[in-house]
Ligand binder design. Structure first.
Ligand code: GDP
Ligand code: CO
Length: 452
């Protein structure tokens, strides 16, 4: 793969969001990494010179893919579509299917993944979100807020445990399992993507973007009074996919729409927040992926981030990164002056947005209400952030109450999304043991030893 990485970015505290890069070639050909830290044009990686084209060798992509777990959240999607999705995921990646489908569909999904892994000699894990043993494992590992007790008068024990419904919750399950398998990166791919080739491209873009972002050095320096202290460790990395277009049929013709209303609106308000947080007066539109369902990150970042419920999960990631890493305080709340030589170098968060080549064909029959809910949840994360200045909050509320899409006037404020604690505080040893002993929907294809 070859990306064109443009020099522009927005830096807020330790969070650097790069302007959208583009896929220049799906396959950059065969070459050896002669300059492992360069951009392929003789420029050191991260230097903002040259034409910005960065080729990624097969070996460098494979090195990331072998450390990448692709998590597929799935709720009653068509089996043939899920089948295509699985076939698009590069061979080296571990597949983790987290299903919240009905019983019969789950049985079929699980068999599909097992057969696919068997015939292609690869690793996969499937699990059901409502598995009581899984809920128990999260509870004993110190994440009880993810778990609810379901009242079941028809069974002897009266109530059973289960994980809350929602895509964000499914992503947490997949991430916790990826952590057990010791993978270094997680990526998310929706199960309702019609085109196996676009799934493949997204995964390649994850690998290329993560490779680039984890080695990016330009912004990972901390100025001190004695000069520049180099950050001791790699930056945290995230890649967010900007789909090329979302095709729709209009008057019998296929129209390749560049952006949907939901993304347009949520991106616009996210940019207004980003601009309000920035130190200069430049009004940028750097954020193009506020709702990016397709994204990947380093596992270390996934452990630190707070996941929000349902579809608030993706926009909330940006908010949470600014809240946690966007200020001049470290994660213990200690404030350091940039002149203080004793200040430990803090790790940067590098976020790449990558515009892909394939159109994003997915199931659009989920209804208008689904889109509205997604948009409202996205805007609500901005409304409720402690970072949002009062004037911006008022403007957002005025927008939401005058636009009939939202219907929030009666409530006084948009509903605040449930947000979970970061997973880094979980006891993963307890999680592993409880999962092994109690979860009965886990199926591991390949060598089960890598999980338990
Ligand atoms: P959109 O593409 O952003 O409009 O959102 P979708 O409704 O297509 O959801 C994205 C993915 O998450 C799809 O693969 C869904 O099947 C899946 N999904 C949605 N809700 C849940 C859930 O509660 N649990 C799980 N496991 N998957 C879910
Ligand atoms: Co979808």
């Amino acid at each position: 793969m070859r990306l064109n990485i443009v020099p522009g970015s927005s830096c807020i505290g330790n969070v650097e969001i790069h302007e959208a890069s583009r896929v220049i070639e799906l396959d950059a050909g065969h070459f050896k990494d002669s300059n492992k830290t360069g951009d392929g044009n003789g420029n050191p990686l991260g230097s903002k010179t040259g034409d910005g084209n960065v080729p990624f060798s097969h070996a460098s992509l494979r090195a990331i893919e072998s450390q990448l777990a692709i998590i597929v959240p799935c709720m009653n999607e068509e089996l043939t579509i899920l089948d295509g999705v699985l076939h698009g995921i590069p061979h080296e990646c571990l597949i983790i299917l987290v299903s919240n489908s009905n019983h019969c569909n789950f049985r079929n999904e699980r068999a599909l993944l097992s057969d696919f892994c068997h015939s292609t000699q690869r690793q996969g894990i499937s699990i059901h979100q409502q598995d009581e043993g899984l809920a128990y494992a999260f509870r004993v590992a110190g994440m009880p807020e993810l778990v609810v007790e379901k009242h079941m008068p028809q069974v002897k024990r009266q109530s059973v445990l289960r994980i809350r419904n929602g895509k964000g919750e499914a992503m947490m399950i997949g991430t916790a399992i990826a952590k057990l398998t010791k993978k270094q990166f997680v990526g998310f791919i929706d199960a309702d993507n019609f085109v196996a080739g676009s799934v493949h491209e997204y995964c390649k873009a994850y690998a290329a973007g993560l490779h680039y972002a984890t080695r990016y050095t330009d912004c990972s320096n901390t100025r001190t009074s004695s000069g520049i202290a180099y950050s001791a460790s790699k930056p945290y990395a995230m890649v967010r996919i900007k789909w090329n277009s979302k095709p729709k049929v209009k008057d019998g013709k296929l129209v390749f729409e560049k952006s949907g209303r939901c993304s347009r609106v949520v991106n616009e308000w996210m940019n207004r927040l980003s601009n309000a947080l920035g130190s200069d007066d430049i009004q940028s539109e750097v954020i193009q992926t506020a709702n990016a369902g397709e994204h990947a990150m380093s596992l270390e970042l996934a452990m630190k981030l707070r996941f929000a419920t349902g579809y608030a999960v993706e926009p909330f990631q940006l908010i949470d990164m600014w809240e946690q890493f966007g200020t001049e305080t470290d994660s213990y709340g200690v404030s350091y002056s940039t002149k203080d030589t004793a200040a430990p170098p803090r790790r940067k968060v590098q976020i790449l947005q990558i515009e892909t080549r394939n159109p994003h064909f997915h199931d659009i029959s989920k209804g208008h209400e689904h889109i509205q809910r997604m948009q409202l949840q996205g805007l609500s994360t901005i409304y409720h952030s402690s970072l949002t200045p009062p004037a911006l909050k008022d403007a957002l509320w005025a927008f939401m109450t005058t636009d009939s899409t939202f219907d929030v006037q009666a409530f006084g404020a948009p509903e605040e999304a449930r947000v979970y604690s970061p997973m880094k505080m979980m006891d993963f040893q307890a999680f592993r043991l409880a999962l092994k002993a109690h979860a009965d929907t886990v199926t591991v294809s390949g060598d089960a030893a890598f999980l338990f």
